[in-house]
Design a protein. Sequence first.
Length: 266
Amino acid sequence: MRVKAGNFVSEEGTMPDRKPQRRIFELGNDQNRLLVATSPEERARLRALLEPVTLLPGEILLDVDQAIDYVYFPQSGVISLLTMVKEHQFVETCTIGREGAVGLVTATGSGISLSRVVVQIAGRALRIKAADLRDAITDMPNFQDIKTRYGEALISQILQTLACNTLHSVEQRLCRWLLICRDRTASEIIPLTQEALAEMLGVQRTTVTAAARSLQSRGFIRYRRGVIECTDVAGLKEASCECYELMRNTFERLLPYTYQDPESGN
């Protein structure tokens, strides 16, 4: 059973003297970045249709070929899109946090999920009925533009992940994933087991253990059961492949508010 989170608080309550274009790491907020980027008028209309929910670790929000009843806008936590490579075996092709949404692109298209969608790190989200969203955005040009841009960024991330999984070492891929997860959560602490990491990277647990030990020996991370701490972000970036920067740059180009707040504070 899904548990509802606390009441949704409007982002219009921001202090008026807040400096523009501050990094969201400094703000420490948990607002969904797509909703932040939407115009105040359209955001107010969407807010009336949104409800808060809690995201629980291991929870399957959608499965392959399942009809999309709800679209989720994460405020915190991390969600994985998993592609089935053979029966009962999946590999992650996309990581979603507060920069994006689950089901947004497909719900307004075929309405059928192409992936298994699993919560990896607990958090909160706002969700809307897919039917309500389809009806609401017909005269929301700003949000439709954001949806299109997000769709492009999402496809780019999936393609880059597929290339990364093919060409780069497990250690490089692990660094890339940790850096992306850090961006999604704005936290150096990542509560995730090596078993879960192995599943997402599509490798054996022992392989992930060896890569994690290598990173820990160089002081890039600190690992204890179920928790990874990023202790040297610069080191992780050096050890990662170029895919991390390519993914980040794509989001910054298509969706500037992924890592920054609007100047107006709206």
